[in-house]
Each structure stands twice: as C-alpha cells, then as structure tokens.
Design a protein around this ligand. Structure first.
Ligand SMILES: Cc1cc2nc3c(=O)[nH]c(=O)nc-3n(C[C@H](O)[C@H](O)[C@H](O)COP(=O)(O)OP(=O)(O)OC[C@H]3O[C@@H](n4cnc5c(N)ncnc54)[C@H](O)[C@@H]3O)c2cc1C
Length: 404
C-alpha cells in the first residue's frame, strides 16, 4: 500500500500495548536513551489477573530494568512450595521453586514500570485499528480508532495473544488450550497464617494454587479443563465467577474454601488459556521491515511454569540492548543505512529470543495437553515426551537474559 499524504504524527519508536511487556520495553529503551511512545487502548493501565508469580529469571530482568529493589519491597520471598494431591493423600515438595521467587500484585508491577517512564510516554485510550507498511518506503503506518495516523520508524507489537502486529508478520493466530483459570486476591486485614510458600492442591481434574504476596494478601487461582464448564463458557460478572470458583472447590479443604470465599470481588477474573504453537514459534517470521513483536504477542503460553510474563520481561531487556546497539552505530542521515541497521538489530533480538521462548512454549504446550485433555492416553504420551525432552524442568529459571 502506498500512503496518501494524510496529516499524521511521526515517532521514532512506537510500542503497541501497555501491558507488562510494552511498559518494560519502553523502560528498557528509556534506560538506553531511546525515546518511545506506548499506545494502550484501555483508558487506564490494566492490571487484570490479581497476582503474578515471578521466578529468578524474571528478577534478573527486573534488576536490569532498574526496578527490582523497589518491587522486592512489595512482596514476600517465597521459600519453596508444596504439591498436595488430595485424592492420593500425598504431599510433596515442589522442586522447581528455587532461588528468588515472589508473587507480586500485578497492579504494583504495572504501576512501578509506568512510574519510571518519562511523562507523555504512555498514551491511554489509543487503540490501534490497523497497521500497514508503505509499499515503497516500507515505513509502518498505524491507524487509531480516533481516525488519526501515526508514522513510525520502528513498531513493536506488545498487544498480547491476539496481536495485530503478529498478524501483519504472517504469524498464525494463537490457539486456545482446553484449560481455563479463575484468579483472585484475598485481603486479610489482620494478617493470614499461610507460610511463605507456593501451594498447589489438586483434587480430580481441578487444581488450586495459593501464593502469599504480603502478610495481608494472598493470590489464588483455580485451574480446570474446560469440558467441566457448562457451555464451555465462563461468566463475566465477578459475583458469578466467584460462585463458580466456590462450587468447583467445594470438596477441597475448608481453609482453601474460606480464602476464596473471602476474596475481593474486584480482583476476580476468569480466562481461557491461549498459546502460540511451538512449531509456529520455530518457523514463524518475527520481523518484517522495522516491525517486530514481544511478550504474549510473540509467544503467548500457558502459565503452568510461571514464565509468560517473565519471558516478556526478558524480551524487553534483549530488545532494548539490541536496538540501542544497532542505533548507536547510525551516523549521518542516510535513511537506507539507518533502516538496514535497525533491521539487523531486530534480527539479533529475534535470534536471541526464538530458541529461549520455543523451549518454554514447548514445556507449557505439553503441560496444557496433560491438564486439558480428557483422554488418559493423550495425557500419558504428552507426559512421556515432557520427561524425555525436559529432564531438568527447573533449568529455565536459571536463564539470564544478560545486561541491558
Ligand atoms: C491465568 C494466568 C496466570 C499467569 N501467571 C503467570 C505467572 O505466574 N508468571 C508469569 O511470568 N506469567 C504469568 N502469566 C502470563 C502473563 O500474565 C502474560 O505473559 C503477560 O501478562 C503478558 O504481558 P503482555 O504485556 O505481553 O500482554 P498483555 O498483558 O496481554 O498486554 C497487552 C496490552 O495491549 C493492549 N492492547 C491490545 N490490543 C491493542 C491495540 N490494538 N491497541 C492498543 N493497545 C492494545 C491491551 O489492552 C493490554 O493492555 C499468566 C497468565 C495467565 C493467563
């Protein structure tokens, strides 16, 4: 498409999506002296989903972004975890929670990242309707719902699992697991008595997780195969979501029931889990011209090993590093040369991230099948492949995305 001469704004770097990854990417670029704007469609910064468990690799990335110490003060350190299998009357230590693990309130993470950005970086209520590349110059042009255009030198799609930018790159649409999750927060004005541990409790096909955030706040989730939902649908209203969660866990121990019963209605959410297929990640195009993707837009994955948000933070650090290196080598006003250098920087980013997120996505894909499939045979085969391919399932938390 060749663009008509319409009035439009021009920006060097535009990030679409003001979630964890979009804000972290803007911060990474800001720390490297690169100015960007973040277009977020919501009227407020969204912090949907209650809490988020962050493992050592996420903390390494947050330290590189310069927000690790501030965030550490907002959540207790988790000292391992426990798996409790009610039907088998068994309890075992969770091996993969090693090193620094904390569960943050999502709103704390989002607000902290946003607070570090220069005023004017985040544009709320700015929804991107479409994105096109000029057929001659390959310059990306964004159309917003308000009818205005933005011409950008670089576009980074961080708009989550249903990304328009991923579509432009030719990536296949993300798919739904047969697994749904209800999440929420429970506040204890007089402190709770839960140890500083992740607890995962399973009964039949339903799993419950509990993570303390502070001594007054617990994040919990209920995971279930979607065939247990009538009509395959979650209700939208928080009251009904809570009722559904309570109904699902009515045979669980009373302390779990009480935690969910006491939960804050405005923290309640229910969602079907999505993923980008590992083979699409392996073979898909992640850059077109000076446009790329990061976070869930690139690699939406199941939350089973707590790595979706963490890998979005890693993306931000690597992207910040690669772009700043590429752009520091730009001299003079030769536009062609500038674009070639930016493209090389984005290729380096994609190269560094592809195999990392492929590994994480493959693990979560297999676990998603084990949790969601009603067929015992399919579960066994997926479990077998998981054991063969990923003997050390904790190794992903030791990953270091490197210096910003
Ligand atoms: C149940 C569950 C539990 C999870 N638990 C963990 C965990 O414990 N640890 C962990 O690391 N990860 C976890 N994750 C994954 C983590 O939540 C995600 O990976 C992370 O939130 C993705 O961030 P993002 O910024 O890439 O995308 P999103 O959070 O989806 O943000 C995208 C943003 O883009 C905006 N947007 C979308 N379209 C447009 C548009 N056209 N124009 C402008 N703005 C747009 C949206 O409004 C949104 O604000 C979990 C996920 C789920 C579903």
């Amino acid at each position: 498409m060749e663009f008509a001469a319409a009035a439009s704004e021009k920006h060097e770097i535009v990030i679409i999506g003001g979630g964890i990854c979009g804000l972290a990417t803007a911060l990474a670029l800001h720390r490297k002296g690169l100015k960007s704007i973040v277009l977020e469609r919501s009227e407020t910064l969204r912090a949907y989903g209650g809490g988020i468990g962050l493992l050592p690799n996420a903390w390494r990335a947050l330290d590189q972004l310069g927000v690790g110490s501030r965030l550490r003060s907002m959540a207790v350190l988790l000292q391992g975890g426990r798996d409790i299998l009610i039907d088998e009357n068994k309890e075992r230590k969770i091996e993969h929670v090693t090193g620094e693990s904390r569960c943050l309130q999502r709103s704390d993470l989002i607000t902290t990242l946003a607070d570090e950005l220069p005023i004017g970086t985040i544009r709320l209520g700015s929804e991107v309707v479409s994105i096109d590349l000029d057929s001659i110059t390959k310059t990306p042009r964004l159309l917003l719902t308000c009818g205005s255009y933005i011409d950008a030198e670089i576009v980074i799609g961080c708009e989550g699992g249903r990304s328009k930018v991923a579509e432009l790159l030719g990536l296949k649409a993300s798919r739904a697991f047969d697994v749904g999750v209800i999440r929420g927060l429970t506040t204890y004005p007089n402190a709770h008595s839960m140890p500083h541990e992740l607890h995962q409790i399973r009964k039949g096909e339903i799993g419950v997780g509990m993570l303390p955030i502070t001594k007054h706040l617990i994040h919990w989730f209920v995971a279930l195969p979607t065939h247990l939902l009538s009509g395959d649908k979650f209700p939208h209203d928080p009251k009904h979501i809570k009722q559904m969660a309570l109904e699902l866990i009515k045979d669980f121990p009373s302390n779990i029931y009480e935690t969910i019963e006491l939960s804050d209605l405005d923290s309640m959410s229910a969602t079907h889990l999505r993923y980008r297929a590992p083979w699409d990640l392996l073979l898909g195009t992640m850059r077109k011209g000076t446009v790329t993707v990061a976070g869930d837009a690139m690699h939406v994955m199941g939350p089973f090993i707590g790595q979706g948000g963490a890998s979005g933070l890693e993306d931000a650090v690597v992207l910040g590093r690669c772009l700043s290196m590429a752009m520091s080598g730009i001299e003079g006003n030769n536009k062609k040369e500038k674009i070639a250098k930016i493209e090389a920087g984005l290729d380096q980013y994609v190269k560094e991230r592809r195999m990392r997120v492929l590994g994480l996505s493959t693990i979560t894909y297999l676990i998603g099948i084990i949790v969601g499939s009603p067929s015992p045979l399919v579960k066994i085969v997926a479990g077998f492949i998981l054991v063969i391919l990923f003997r050390d399932r904790a190794s992903h938390v030791h990953f270091d995305c490197g210096k910003l």
